[in-house]
Design a protein around this ligand. Structure first.
Ligand code: MN3
Length: 198
């Protein structure tokens, strides 16, 4: 059984970049719904009790009858769990340490990285996510549709942004680019750095 993780910060603490109503509904309704549906799919199967990462890393091991439910709802649970950890109040700025160095090396500069990542987030057609991932130690920017996660392609997510409309529509309406631009102010680089070091 998957359970809704508690947030380490208050729903209003990412204001003005992400509004309290969006955070509240996103966490208590959207994330909860992914969990409820994932639990329904795996109830009474040998997959109940396994970490969601394990299921998503090897979707082909999941019987076809529940594979899509695990992919979509289990993926939704995993993605949102990461997303909450990747943000925080009073964050933003740029990464220092090993991750900062690796970003400069791969993308030329932090600003160039932000530009490419934001572009990937803007161009994701429909619902999905943009990611900074480690592919066997090499940094890459990618995006995934729906609730897919890079982990299913053997890549390790280091930073991700939810670009489903439910993540921004109340405050930003159709202006996804403005949401992405403001989102950089709440990115918790220390968390991404900790994922990179693993
Ligand atoms: Mn979402």
């Amino acid at each position: 059984m998957f359970e809704l993780p508690k947030l380490k910060y208050a729903y209003n603490s990412l204001e003005p970049y992400i509004d309290e109503m969006t955070m509240t509904i996103h966490h208590t309704k959207h994330h909860q719904a992914y969990i409820d549906n994932a639990n329904k799919a795996i109830a009474g199967t040998p997959f109940d009790g396994k970490p969601v990462e394990e299921l998503l890393k090897n979707l082909n091991a999941i019987p076809e009858s529940i594979r899509n439910a695990v992919r979509n709802h289990g993926g939704g649970h995993y993605n949102h769990t990461l997303f909450w950890e990747m943000m925080g109040p009073g964050k933003g700025g740029s990464p220092s340490g090993e991750l900062g160095g690796a970003i400069n090396e791969k993308f030329g500069s932090f600003d160039k990285f932000v530009e490419q990542f934001s572009d990937s987030a803007a161009k994701r057609f429909g619902s999905g996510w943009a990611w900074l991932v480690s592919n066997n130690g090499s940094l890459e920017i990618m995006s995934t549709a729906n609730q897919d996660n890079p982990i299913s392609e053997g890549k390790t997510p280091l930073l991700g942004i939810d670009v489903w409309e439910h993540a921004y529509y109340l405050r930003y309406m159709n202006k996804r680019a403005d949401y992405v631009k403001n989102w950089w102010n709440v990115v918790d680089w220390a968390y991404s750095e900790s994922l990179f070091k693993k």
